[in-house]
Write a protein that binds this ligand. Structure first.
Ligand code: DX5
Ligand code: ZN
Length: 218
């Protein structure tokens, strides 16, 4: 498994100033961007779609890694548009599709990495049949929908189970992760840490460095 990476969830950004904020966060040391796409159907909220991703890719250049967190129903429908827009990884919800396997194939054929996410209410064992075919498992540590929620410590056994069963799998913790909770994610075995409000609210570089150091030392 690759070393600890810190991903910025842009949901807590000033969306009217998104490009500049992403530049600042990447300059402050964020390893990748975690782009939260919501369709007001899979979750009762709506955020943005591929036009925003395309604009971000134009402004940020080819380097930054875009991890698309697709909180959408029928995630099959957006694969082509996201790769055109410049996404690097397509992370969809196990609860949103009848055919996880076919979608894994389609995402790969479109040249993107595959992420598979589960909501807090979903049993982690349901990921097992796909875990050897994907690049990353996303364990939600809040109910999907918006940033700034409280970290759900009860999700850590899921991370631990995945880490013991699949030692080389990238495991991402997403939701309510900050300086006070990152050690729990790292001790459980997460190596990709998504953080939004915790980074946006303080000196971003200091927080990002702290998150990475705590994660790397676990
Ligand atoms: C929630 C999103 C998360 C969230 C993380 O539905 O998937 O990525 O924005 O933001 P914080 O770190 O503020 O919980
Ligand atoms: Zn997310």
């Amino acid at each position: 498994v690759s070393g600890c990476k810190i991903g910025l969830s842009i949901l807590s950004s000033d969306l009217a100033n998104l490009g500049a904020e992403c530049v600042q966060m990447l300059d402050s040391g964020a390893d990748y961007l975690h782009l939260d796409v919501m369709d007001r159907h899979f979750v009762p909220y709506i955020t943005f779609g591929h036009p925003v991703v395309e604009s971000l890719r134009k402004q940020l250049g080819q380097d930054p890694f875009f991890d698309m967190h697709m909180m959408v129903s029928r995630p099959e429908q957006w694969v082509k548009s996201k790769v055109v827009a410049g996404a690097n990884q397509y992370t969809y919800h196990l609860e949103a599709t009848e055919s996880p396997g076919a979608l894994i194939k389609d995402i790969r054929e479109n040249g993107m990495k595959v992420g598979l996410a589960i909501k807090p209410g979903t049993t982690v064992e349901y990921l097992a049949p796909w875990a050897n075919q994907i690049d990353m498992a996303l364990v939600m540590t809040v109910e999907p929908g918006f940033g700034g929620q409280k970290f759900m410590e009860g999700m850590m056994p899921k991370v631990h189970w995945l880490r013991t069963q699949f030692p080389t799998l990238d495991i991402e913790a997403d939701g309510g992760v900050g300086p006070d909770t990152v050690h729990k994610c790292a001790e459980a075995g997460a190596n990709m840490i998504v953080s939004g409000s915790a980074i946006m609210s303080e000196a971003p570089r200091a927080v990002i460095n702290l998150l990475r150091n705590v994660c790397s030392e676990a």
